[in-house]
Design a binder for this molecule. Structure first.
Ligand SMILES: [Zn+2]
Length: 161
């Protein structure tokens, strides 16, 4: 459990909220809350934060599982790749080497929502079939129903710098 700082508020009536600030879990609680209740919430909130951190950690196994699901859902299960995993990439969100079937997804994409990560994977999976961004490539990419939304999401992130 991270160190916990409890901040009481006289304005707060019932709700508890938590934030992580330089490694310290700050718990905002109503001033009237009892000690044991504060303790209880400190545990609940730190578990919740841990789970969130767990989800956003780059896991190659998670990528592998998502890719297998997308392969059977959108490509008839016909695609084969040699390796798939997160890698340090500064400018790109993903890459696929057509020749040896290695798919890499930028490590900084790990905390993105699943549906955006899935789009990145569909894009790279489609490159296993077409190395360019031609019309046939787009036909494959279009099989992912949230493609346009995911593209917009990434564009907005990129433009934030
Ligand atoms: Zn591409």
């Amino acid at each position: 459990m991270p160190p916990v700082r409890i901040i009481t508020s006289r304005k707060r009536r019932r709700t508890v909220s938590a934030r992580l600030r330089s490694g310290v879990l700050e718990l905002l609680v109503p001033a009237t809350m009892s000690h044991s209740e504060r303790q209880h919430w400190a545990e609940v909130m730190s578990r919740r934060l841990e789970r969130r951190a767990e989800r956003s950690r780059p896991s190659d196994e998670r990528l592998q599982q998502l890719a297998s699901k997308l392969n059977s859902r959108h490509f008839g299960g016909n695609l084969r790749w040699a390796s798939i995993g997160f890698a340090d990439m500064e400018r790109l969100w993903g890459s696929c080497t057509f020749t040896d079937g290695a798919i890499r997804i930028a490590r900084r994409a790990a905390p993105l929502p699943d549906w955006v990560l899935e789009y990145l994977l569909v894009h790279e999976l489609a490159h296993l079939v077409h190395s360019d961004h031609g019309a046939e490539f787009h036909e494959l990419e279009n099989r992912y129903p949230l493609m346009e939304r995911a593209k917009g999401y990434l564009l907005a992130l990129d433009s934030l710098g």
